[in-house]
Design a protein around this ligand. Structure first.
Ligand SMILES: [Zn+2]
Length: 339
């Protein structure tokens, strides 16, 4: 029915108890692929449980990639899953590359949706979430001292939600829950407040908390609940001691057999980013000025994520007292290394 999109890579992994996990890499946006997962239990001819975890963006190419991936699971591996018999939908965190495909998926299946309680508002009522977050975003734009097109780009977040329409969350997840006698829910805020990692037998689905190649984008905690570096590092500490995990599957890119080494690398990476920021904070500067000094050859498309990152790092250093804010009542905020 659909052409197989060669950009959709499909891999299969089997847990210690025989559950099949299909990882479909789909193109969420022109320059970003995301992993969607189909988890299947029971006889392939008549599965007893099927869960779709994350579903790409709202773009057409993403939807076609998801359809192609699901078709390939049936064609290449003989798994007789169907939209009608799907048992469960899960969103690992409320970000556009993972969850904006949800309204379309909702038109295909009645499978109940599970998501963390902190993601409920944006998934169910994007307009209410936008209204609630708008004053903070507006203050944030002023706080960072961004100018020109960067200010426009940052400000756009207060104008339009990435979630095309609301979808009810039937099962609200909390840290420590066990879902469908299949997944253990581990709340891992930092990259996003609503983010959960899912333990499935000897596998850990890490969402964007641990990724093989990139350190996940961060925002300051004061702008978005559950964001920020302090939360992020605490969530790394939280998953690191988990015993019996042989494979981590992230929300992007390749599987991670050596996921603990990756946690160590990520901590070191943030330590060096913090050190680099302190190094250049010799005179009072705004978040935008600090970012442009750290990344002189910044490209417009990356700039916003890097400004968010500098803001998150500065927030962390302020709390630690290693950075001070000058005239703290005044916007934009200016930071200087503590003496
Ligand atoms: Zn992502």
């Amino acid at each position: 029915m659909f052409e197989f999109d060669p950009a959709t890579h499909l891999t299969r992994h089997v847990t210690s108890r025989g559950t099949r996990v299909y990882v479909m890499s789909i193109r969420a946006f022109a320059h970003l692929s995301v992993n969607s997962f189909l988890v299947v239990e029971g006889d392939p001819h008549a599965p007893t449980y099927t869960a779709l975890i994350d579903m790409g963006s709202s773009e057409t190419q993403s939807r076609l990639g998801l359809i192609a991936g699901l078709e390939a699971v049936r064609r290449d591996y003989g798994e007789q899953w169907s939209w009608a018999s799907l048992s469960r939908l899960i969103v690992t965190h409320a970000h556009p590359d993972h969850a904006a495909g949800l309204p379309w998926v909702r038109t295909q299946t009645d499978a109940p949706l599970a998501a963390h309680e902190w993601g409920r508002l944006i998934l169910e009522d994007p307009q209410a979430d936008l209204a609630q977050g708008r004053p903070l975003i507006e203050r944030y734009v002023a706080w960072t001292g961004v100018t020109g097109s960067y200010a426009q780009r940052l400000g756009r977040r207060a104008e339009k939600s990435w979630m095309p329409s609301g979808v009810p969350v039937e099962t609200v997840l909390h840290d420590g829950d066990r879902l469908d006698d299949c997944f253990d829910i581990i709340h891992t805020p930092g990259h996003e407040g609503s983010q959960v990692c899912l333990r499935l037998d000897n596998f850990l689905l890490t969402a964007d908390h641990v990724l093989p190649y990139n350190s996940p984008p961060l925002m300051p905690e004061w702008v978005r609940r559950g964001g920020g570096l302090s939360q992020y590092l605490a969530s790394l500490d939280k998953i690191e001691p988990l015993a019996g995990i042989d494979l981590a599957l992230g929300g992007h890119d390749m599987p991670m057999p050596h996921w603990r080494t990756r946690i160590t690398d990520l901590r070191e990476r943030y330590e060096s980013k913090l050190a680099a920021l302190l190094e250049i904070a010799d005179v009072p500067q705004t978040t935008e000025q600090l970012t442009l000094r750290l990344y002189p050859n910044i490209r417009e498309a990356q700039a916003i994520l890097l400004i968010d990152q500098t803001a998150a790092l500065a927030e962390y250093l302020l709390v630690q007292g290693r950075l001070s804010s000058v005239d703290s009542s005044d916007l934009p905020a200016r930071f200087v290394r503590s003496s």
